[in-house]
Design a protein. Structure first.
Length: 358
């Protein structure tokens, strides 16, 4: 199925009246666009994420209708549904899990107490709806059903500041997750400064960025000292290359930290690279190399093994090495080499920051 046909899914999504209809559309979408060999990978990923956004937004609307039918009424306050992770960066593959949250606006403690239960129930039901359609919840419980990720604006502000003031490994991980936040659905009107809590980079100092560097460099690129690709040695993934954590994540994490350090608002990795170059933080040559490496990472992620398990589309991010041609192996090695250089550059930039610099 060509990319032009993908646009027809938007019409189907808008016309869906039940979760079962949406579930069928999700499966048809997945099965219909697996082959991307003739596509520009950036355009292909863009279309996929448009369809994911459409399905998720329709799921929210159907969930609100169900809550109303159950006697809880319409949303009592304005709110936003946000995506984190690959969804926030608009880099989801065909098989994507849930990384999301809710932000609602209550004017005072009385409104909060009166309406909190509605949003707790909404978050839980949205997660259930999305799971029934084919999106498994995040293993780390970064979903709107987790009350820590379903908060009003003031609570989000307090939570982010708490994480910054207490920069242990988990809190830094949460901050990095929030750096990829993107609003995909809004009900009602929200304050103009609604995203101020998420502009937490203004709070970052030398110490916080150093903690972020430690988290950022956790995943190393998958090549050994001899320049050979590292494959899994044991288990069902034996002979496979970990594309997600050995190639894609190291590149994404490195670019994200540079974007945070330089105050760049963009969420997608490619847009972050472009803005780094436009603001003369990196050269055009470096930006081109990083963009090519990232697009290669996305292309090979799309080729990774996936399965339809318990109604959900999942992938372990592994790609069998024997599926690759000699040309593809060389392409992977070049992109991994670029990823290694990127990690070294990020480490140098952050480590060389003077004490107290922001």
């Amino acid at each position: 199925m060509g990319l032009l046909s993908i646009r027809l899914f938007g019409q189907k999504i808008n016309q869906a009246n039940t979760v079962e209809e949406l579930k069928l559309i999700r499966k048809q979408f997945h099965d219909g666009v697996v082959d991307f060999s003739q596509c520009n990978i950036r355009e292909y990923v863009g279309f996929i994420n448009q369809i994911h956004d459409g399905i998720i937004c329709k799921s929210i609307e159907l969930t609100m209708e169900k809550l109303e039918c159950n006697g809880m009424g319409k949303p009592p306050l304005s709110f936003q549904f946000v995506l984190f992770g690959s969804g926030g960066r608009q880099e989801q593959t065909l098989w994507s899990d849930q990384d999301n949250g809710l932000i609602y606006h209550s004017n005072n403690d009385k409104e909060e107490e009166l309406h909190r239960d509605y949003f707790v129930q909404l978050g839980k039901m949205i997660e259930q709806t999305l799971e029934s359609i084919g999106y498994p919840p995040c293993d780390g419980k970064v979903t709107c059903s987790n009350e820590a990720w379903c908060l009003n604006v003031q609570q989000w502000d307090q939570q982010l500041k708490h994480w910054i003031d207490n920069p242990d490994w988990e809190n830094i991980r949460y901050l990095l997750i929030c750096a990829d936040v993107r609003v995909i659905y809004q009900h009602g009107s929200m304050p103009e400064d609604i995203h101020q809590p998420f502009c937490f980079r203004s709070y970052f100092d030398y110490a916080v960025l150093k903690h972020m560097l430690r988290n950022t460099l956790r995943h190393k690129v998958m090549v050994n000292i001899f320049g050979r690709l590292i494959t899994e040695q044991y288990g069902v993934a034996a002979g496979s290359i970990d594309i997600k954590y050995g190639m894609y994540i190291p590149i994404v994490n490195g670019i994200r930290l540079l974007a945070i350090k330089h105050g760049i608002d963009a969420c997608s990795t490619l847009e972050r690279i472009e803005q780094l170059q436009q603001n003369n933080w990196i050269t055009e040559e470096v930006a081109t190399k990083w963009s090519i490496a990232f697009c290669d990472a996305m292309k090979y992620r799309m080729m990774a093994h996936y399965e339809h398990k318990q109604g959900c589309f999942t992938s372990n991010g592994m790609l069998k090495a024997d599926r690759l041609t000699k040309k593809q192996v060389e392409e992977l090695k070049q992109s991994i080499k670029t990823g290694t250089q990127l990690q070294k550059y990020v480490k140098k930039v952050i480590s060389s920051m003077p004490e107290g610099e922001r």
